[in-house]
Structures are given as C-alpha cells and as structure tokens.
Design a protein around this ligand. Structure first.
Ligand SMILES: *Cc1c(COP(=O)(O)O)cnc(C)c1O
Length: 367
C-alpha cells in the first residue's frame, strides 16, 4: 500500500521515556524511578482539581459540553479576552496541528528557531510544507528577520516558542512586539506560551500578554497549556487565543468532544487555584538555583532558563548520550539533546528530594 508521500521520512515524535519502560527494562521499582524528562509538574496538580475530577468521574458516561463554555469563559476572564477568542485542544499540541493544517500547504515554508519544540516540524511536514530553521539555535529575532527577507512571500507560518523548549531561553515582550510589527500580516505567527507562567514569575519583562498580542496582531495565535504549571499533563488540555475570525477557522478542524469530560473539569478547576501555581513557581526557581550551582561547581555550562527545566551543556570528553543512559540505568529519566546536534541534556526541575537524588547519581556518572 502506498501512503501520502508527505509521510515519507517523517519521524515519529519521541516522547520522554515513561516510568513503565524503566521498570521493565532495568527492574527498578516504580517508586524508585524519577522522571525528569517531560517537564511535568513534580508537585502534581491542585488538590481542588483532584477533588473536582473525582466528583466528575460519576459523569464519565456523558460526553463533555462540546461548547466548552465554562472553560472558555474561565480563560477569557483570566486573559481579558472574549470566549470567541478561545479554542480548546487535547493539549496545546492539538491546537498546533489545527493551526498548521489551517494555514500551511506544500507551496509554503514554516519558519522556526534552530532548536525548538519538535511538534512544529512534525505537524508542519504533514502538510507538505517546507521547514526552515534559523541558523541560531536559540530565538534570535535578527535571524528571523533575515530569513523572512530571504524567503519573502514563501513563508506561511512562523513559530515563536517563548520560553523555548528544549533550551529554556525567553525574549523581552517589547522586542517581540517590535518584531511582530515587521512581519507580513498574511503570515500566521504562533506564539507558544507553554512556559509563560514560569517566565512571567521570573522576569516580568519576558511576560507576553495574549490580549495585547491579539488586539494588535490579528495574525497571532497564542498557545497555552494546563500540562506544565498547572500539573495536568495527563489530562491533555490546552488552548489557543486569537482574533475571532482566526479562531472560527481553526474550529473547522476540531474534532467533536476533543477533550474528555474529566479534562474539561480539570481545566475549569485549575484556573481557580492560582495559589497552587504560585507555590510551584517559587519552588521551581529556588530548586533551579541548585542546578546552576551544581553546574558551576562541576565546571560545565547551562542555559539560563525561564521554564521548569534546565539545559546542561557538557564540555568535550563528557558525552551527553552516555550520561543520560547511565542515569536511566539508575532509574533517573532525563532528556538527551544529542539529536539536536548538542552535547547537552535537558532536566526537568523536580521536587527537592528528586533533585537531591539526581545530583547524587549525576555526580557518580559525571565525575
Ligand atoms: C509541553 C509543551 C506543549 C504542549 O503540551 P500539551 O501537553 O500538548 O499541552 C506545547 N509547546 C511546548 C513548547 C511544550 O513544551
């Protein structure tokens, strides 16, 4: 059988290794495995969310409210926009898919940073579009401008992942705005804010305001998720915010009941407990300082991070893939970034106890 040729050579997304795999392959007890590979919230989610989901579980036989009225309403008031400006996805991943399938085609290119979230390329290639990456690994707006000029008229979609996964850098909101003013309004600019809660906690100058963005730029689609700061990765709930016409178009691609009854409830409740998020932010950045100190003490580089992970870059002679593998055998899952052409690993900031165990084992493996 032959398939759509755009799928030839398209790689499957490689998710962080699950705890179950380490249990099976290395015979380590599940409670001894630490997963610091997928940027999940190590503190779990708000207790209010858990209670609400438990209650909602008696409604598991019912389809969710497909209008997602309450969740859209919650997000709209949170961001000062209208419900018509909001679309819900099974993770913001799904909204990335909607955006690309709505806009990209085989005669166009999709522009992104040199090293950024893998799903942009995967969904992008599904549309047959060409993938263009800036020479700089991290977001460099001068690079983006240069590429826009070189490929004038050929770019359909542009991604800004701010803060960026897997490197952790962020940009000043003012610079982003100035840049967007120079972008052709027929280019769809997807601003992926999966880690915006972290960035705005650490440094207000990096905080992007979705409302201000979509008011000035009808070609911007802002993405957010409940998977990171809200600790709901397993519930698959994310959202897009954009000008009403853009959101209306994306809805044409949305499958019915695209998130579950429980996910919908979880999202609604999560927005009511900002205290939980604030406590997570505080612990995340105080724990991140321990990683920075460890890197300095052991003499390797790290990228300053505005997220819940940190990218550690090793000098020659220390091999990232080997370090990641040795840690895996000890039950600690991190992300090897060798596939991105970097001798680096990405480590999700865990709980204080998880981080202590990481350091203990890391020192043995590294030194
Ligand atoms: C985690 C992540 C997402 C979305 O995750 P979902 O679980 O699908 O909401 C989107 N973009 C980036 C950069 C991420 O790291």
């Amino acid at each position: 059988m032959t398939f759509n040729p755009v799928l030839d050579g398209l790689k499957n997304y490689e998710a962080g290794k699950p705890i179950e795999l380490v249990v099976r392959d290395y015979g380590i007890a599940p409670q001894d495995v630490i997963k610091l590979a997928s940027n999940e919230n190590p503190r779990g989610c708000s207790l209010g969310v858990l209670a609400a989901m438990q209650q909602e579980s008696t409604r598991a036989h019912l389809y969710p409210d497909d209008s997602m009225y309450e969740l859209k309403d919650g997000l709209a008031s949170r961001f000062g926009v209208k419900k018509e400006n909001v679309i819900i996805g099974a993770g913001s991943d799904q909204v990335i898919g909607f955006a690309l399938h709505a806009k990209a085609n085989p005669n166009q290119a999709i522009l992104m940073a040199g090293v950024t979230f893998a799903m942009y390329e995967i969904y992008g290639k599904q549309t047959g579009a060409t993938i263009l990456k800036t020479p700089s690994k991290m977001h460099n707006l001068e690079d983006f401008k240069q590429m826009l000029a070189t490929h004038k008229g050929a770019i359909g979609v542009l991604f800004l992942c701010l803060p960026n996964n897997p490197l952790g850098e962020a940009l000043d909101a003012d610079e982003v705005k100035l840049f967007l003013r120079e972008v052709d309004p027929n280019i769809l600019v997807v601003v992926d804010g999966a880690y915006q809660e972290y960035a705005s906690y650490k440094d207000q100058t990096k905080a992007l305001d979705p409302r201000a963005l979509i008011e000035e730029f009808p070609n911007v689609l802002y993405l957010g998720t409940f998977s990171k700061a809200y600790g709901l990765g397993g519930m698959r709930c994310g959202y897009g915010i954009g000008e009403a016409g853009l959101i209306h178009t994306l809805h044409k691609l949305r499958p019915p009941f695209n998130i579950t009854t429980l996910s919908l409830k979880a999202g609604i409740e999560a927005l009511k407990d900002e205290g939980f998020v604030a406590r997570c932010m505080e612990e995340n950045f105080s724990e991140m300082k321990r990683y920075e100190a460890e890197a300095r003490a052991l003499g390797f580089d790290f990228i300053e991070s505005y997220t819940n992970f940190i990218t550690l870059e090793f000098p020659e002679g220390k091999i990232a893939s080997k370090i990641a593998q040795s840690l895996l055998e000890k039950g600690i899952i991190i992300r090897d970034l060798s596939a991105y052409g970097m001798n680096a690993v990405r480590v999700t900031i865990g709980t204080p106890e998880q981080n202590s165990r990481f350091f203990e084992n890391f020192k043995r493996v590294y030194c």
